[in-house]
Design a protein around this ligand. Structure first.
Ligand code: ZN
Length: 124
C-alpha cells in the first residue's frame, strides 16, 4: 500500500541507515584504536597478525583517520537529515534514490551529477 516515496518513511529509513552506519564505523574505529594501542605496547612484535603486515608503518593511523572522517561525514549527514536537506542532490536538487544512499550514505550528488563531476574531474 504505502508508496516508498512518502517523505516521512524515506526520512525514517535514512535515519536508520545513518545510525547503523555510525554504529558500525564507531565500533571499527574502537577496534582499530585498540589494535594500534596494543601494537604500540607490544613494541611492534608479531602479536598483531595481518594488521601490521602493511608496508607503511603509519597504516593504522591512516585507518583511524579515515574512520574518523567517515564518522564526521555521517554526523554531517545526520545534521542535514534533521534540517531536512539530506538526500537531495547538491547540484540539481533532486532527491537522491534510496538504493544509492544505502550504498553511499553520505552521497551529496545524484548519480547523474556525480558521474558528470567524475568525468570532468578525472579524465583518462
Ligand atoms: Zn543531481
Amino acid at each position: 500500500m504505502g508508496p516508498p516515496d512518502n517523505p516521512e518513511a524515506r526520512r525514517a529509513e535514512l535515519n536508520a541507515l545513518l545510525m547503523t552506519r555510525r554504529r558500525e564505523t564507531e565500533s571499527r574505529y574502537r577496534q582499530a584504536l585498540e589494535q594500534q594501542q596494543s601494537g604500540a605496547a607490544a613494541g611492534d612484535s608479531e602479536g598483531v597478525h595481518g594488521w601490521k603486515a602493511s608496508r607503511e608503518g603509519g597504516a593504522e593511523v591512516a585507518v583511524l583517520e579515515a574512520l574518523d572522517q567517515t564518522l564526521r561525514q555521517i554526523d554531517a549527514a545526520l545534521a542535514r537529515l534533521h534540517a531536512g536537506r539530506y538526500g537531495l542532490c547538491a547540484a540539481c536538487g533532486e532527491p537522491i534514490p534510496l538504493p544509492r544512499l544505502r550504498a553511499v550514505p553520505f552521497a551529496t550528488h545524484c548519480v547523474a551529477c556525480q558521474t558528470g563531476q567524475e568525468n570532468r574531474g578525472a579524465k583518462r
